[in-house]
Design a protein around this ligand. Structure first.
Ligand code: THU
Length: 128
């Protein structure tokens, strides 16, 4: 994993809009093109309208017409290492193949690496 991807995720965390939870999350994804997209958590006074950092980053890439994800870094401001929420994992399942590495960092630089099947073994798939 490149230092640059980590640094971009850290920068994304600094952009967090989280006046309610005070919990900052940053995410960076790198695509096959080599381009990096970032996302942060954006909260709302109607709590359910909050968008997580992971989805923000994925949606930024999609809006730039890029879908070939290679790797993801997530950093949070807490002591523990957080796992992406179920909604974000479901969004990842739309675009991530099973080998994509997802690096999850806490504020002090401790991290664990997972793949999507580790975190969401059986995603919802639309069957017609
Ligand atoms: N959050 C994320 O951005 N990503 C996650 O994987 C879990 C939670 C955000 C949402 C909310 O702004 C704050 O963290 C507390 O739940």
């Amino acid at each position: 994993m490149s230092q640059q991807l980590f640094e971009r995720a850290k920068y994304a965390m600094s952009l967090s809009y989280s006046p309610y939870s005070k919990f900052k999350v940053g995410c960076a994804v790198i695509l096959k093109s080599g381009n990096i997209y970032i996302g942060t958590n954006i909260e709302n006074s109607s709590y359910a309208a909050t968008n997580c950092a992971e989805r923000s980053a994925i949606f930024n890439a999609i809006c730039a017409d890029e879908r070939e994800f290679v790797e993801m870094v997530v950093i949070s401001s807490g002591e523990g290492i957080i796992k992406p929420c179920g909604i974000c994992l479901q969004v990842m399942s739309e675009f991530f193949d099973e080998n994509i590495k997802i690096h999850l960092y806490n504020a002090t630089g401790k991290y664990h690496t997972f793949t999507l099947p580790d975190l969401l073994p059986i995603p919802f798939k639309f069957k017609i």
